[in-house]
Design a binder for this molecule. Sequence first.
Ligand SMILES: *[C@@H]1O[C@H](CO)[C@@H](O)[C@H](O)[C@H]1NC(C)=O
Length: 311
Amino acid sequence: MDGPNDSVVSEFVLIGLSNSWEMHLFLFWFFSLFYMGIILGNLFIVFTVIIDSHLYTPMYFLLANLSLLDLGLSSTTVPKMISDLFTDCNIISFPKCMIQIFFIHVMGGVEMVLLIAMAYDRYTAICKPLHYLTIMSPKTCVSFVVAAWIVGITHAVSQFVFVINLPFCGPNEVDSFYCDFPRVMKLACVDTYKLEFVIIANSGFISMATFFSLIISYIFILVTVWKRSSGDLSKAFVTLSAHITVVILFFMPCMFLYVWPFPTSSLDKYLFIVDFAITPVLNPAIYTLRNKDMRVAMRRLGKRIVHPTHI
Ligand SMILES: *[C@@H]1O[C@H](CO)[C@@H](O)[C@H](O)[C@H]1NC(C)=O
């Protein structure tokens, strides 16, 4: 995947990282700790769901898929940032930059559809409990996962075809920690006005539509729980508000970057730390610590590890 002939830029400089020495050190430890948390937390969920047959339900299959996705999403940027901070090198080759953009959008797209699938799963379980098993059959579940990957790849490819042929001839300094559309596009030596529109229509639309569907389904669930309130309203409310918080945290940077057409502030490059480092660690925390089945499964797993013969 080489740049087009008239492009003379063969690498980009990520100047987002050229901060003070203290900032470097802080970010290095911050990203290292969070990335370790992301790997351990998410692999732990996948491992628990695969091993424990009590968790063979749609919700946990989707959760394991989401965990893998969170791991994938943060792996598109965080390891490179950590090694850049460590080696004090902030150069990324043109093909690697394009590959990074591509995978960010594949993973982002898949993650959004999985979040919708999980909200739909909870909606069915809480609002239509009698039909839960027929609606969320294994077939539905697999269809959701397949659809998520189709949407993710289609979304990434459909934006990528516009960018891959852009000529880059001038400055090559990207004011960010990683490569992504709005900032990299700004460096192309053609007028990218129409392209910005394509990005807003595609990335912006997919994030807005997902965000509002999620918020609406959570409101539906909350109202249903509220109507039936029989004492455990506060527990459901706490759990749901944790989900809503993560959804808002995850989508705010996306909407800020892709829908807001003037990424002039340097705020958005920090905002995206939320998506690559913070929500991938919050998801496993919320789904495991606040979830009784998951806690029981963890205890069972712990017992198995301590007394392997008592299975
Ligand atoms: C992802 O979801 C599919 C469909 O339900 C399931 O078969 C698969 O096991 C899940 N993946 C993981 C890692 O659990």
